[in-house]
Design a binder for this molecule. Structure first.
Ligand code: UD1
Length: 340
């Protein structure tokens, strides 16, 4: 297989252990891997993930879901010994930034200690590659217009601090034991299967929920703050490439689109899909709000051949279509016929 710096080759038929497989990003990653010809064992304790997220892959011959806890080192060790993965994608963690701030012990357990369990079991079992779900929150409130990986990492909360601690642990495993550890710094990820019910959900899942229920959204501040929103389908592809590229250099890579959009513009796109929806209301800016966040994805492009290919408009249109379909399936007209 031809491999070049700009278009790194990916290997076929890799065996991947995927933690957090039943979650929002995990379930999309499982689909990406399986439908690209890889074998996956998904590990999830279903605390925030749902088996239903995996409906497209459960029953597939290349997929198995194991229910269990990533903190249980003996359990992880036994999976590694039996399955002998080529790579581990470690996505299981505490996803709520707010809970991470309030329950620091839980944040440490799920966002640092779990990484240690994974890395150590990878080392003991000669699993060369670990891909870790890091976050743009490691940068904190930077003034850079386009954030690249050499920008200073100064997290402003416990969630980002834990992600950075995990990145550093993995850097130690890479330099000490010759492992390949790739930390992917996701920017604002959106897509189907993101839970809108929590008040701390991402803005897109909240807006989708409100617009589809014809209730007004609230924009915090003047709405001119911007974010680099990336589709979960692109993020899943980045995960797959990081786990299956023939070779990778250990380190951290932004997973972003390089394009940012204001919250006012985001609301406007939603309004174009939901004609006649109520206008947004405005409320005070959130305390500690980061005003602009936009990533430079050049390194991920060079190192993994990863370039996002879902525009925000297409990604939102897709999301609205999935939502409409789900709503339609709930109505009587779409219920499958029951044969007596
Ligand atoms: C993320 C975290 C947040 C954390 C922050 C700092 C998530 C979902 N959010 O926020 O908890 O404090 O990083 O690390 O993980 N917005 C509205 N209306 C809404 C919801 C949000 O206007 O109903 C705005 C927000 O003020 C923000 C933007 O939309 O400007 C994006 O919000 P969000 O999706 O929560 O992401 P972050 O602000 O990046």
């Amino acid at each position: 297989m031809k491999t070049s710096f700009n278009n790194p080759g990916t290997t076929q038929g890799r065996r991947v252990l995927l933690t957090g497989a039943a979650g929002f990003i995990g379930s999309h990653t499982a689909e990406q891997l399986i439908f690209s010809g890889h074998e996956v064992i998904g590990l999830d304790n279903l605390s925030t993930g749902h088996r239903s997220n995996l409906a497209n892959v459960i029953g597939h011959e290349s997929f198995e879901l194991i229910i269990g806890d990533v903190l249980d080192s003996e359990f992880v060790d036994s999976i590694c010994k039996n399955f002998r993965p080529d790579a581990i994608i470690h996505l299981a963690g505490l996803v709520s930034v707010v809970v991470a701030q309030e329950d620091t012990a839980k944040n440490f357990q799920l966002n640092v200690q779990a990484t240690q369990v994974i890395a150590e079991n990878a080392r003991k079992n000669h699993i060369k590659r670990v891909v870790f779900s890091s976050s743009a929150s490691v940068y904190g409130d930077t003034t850079e217009y386009l954030i690249n990986e050499s920008c200073p990492t100064r997290p402003i909360g416990m969630y980002g601090a834990a992600k950075l601690a995990s990145e550093n642990l993995l850097a130690g495993y890479a330099s000490s034991y010759g492992m390949e550890t790739v930390c992917l710094r996701y920017f604002n990820v959106y897509g189907d299967r993101q839970d809108p019910k929590s008040p701390y959900s991402g803005v897109i899942s909240i807006f989708l929920d409100r617009f589809s229920n014809h209730s007004p959204v609230t924009i915090f501040g003047d709405g001119e703050q911007t974010r680099d929103f990336i589709s979960v389908r692109d993020v899943a592809r980045a995960n797959r490439l990081a786990a299956t590229a023939e070779s990778v250099k250990s380190g951290s890579l932004n997973v972003c689109t390089g394009k940012c959009i204001s919250i006012n513009d985001l609301a406007e796109i939603f309004q174009s899909f939901y004609r006649g929806a109520p206008d947004p209301g405005y409320a005070d800016q959130r305390p500690g709000e980061i005003l602009h966040s936009c990533g430079n994805g050049g390194f991920a492009s060079m190192a993994l051949g990863f370039d996002p290919n879902v525009s925000i408009r297409d990604g939102l249109a897709d999301l609205v279509a999935v939502q409409d379909l789900e709503e339609a399936l709930k109505t009587e007209a779409f219920q499958p016929a029951v044969i007596a």
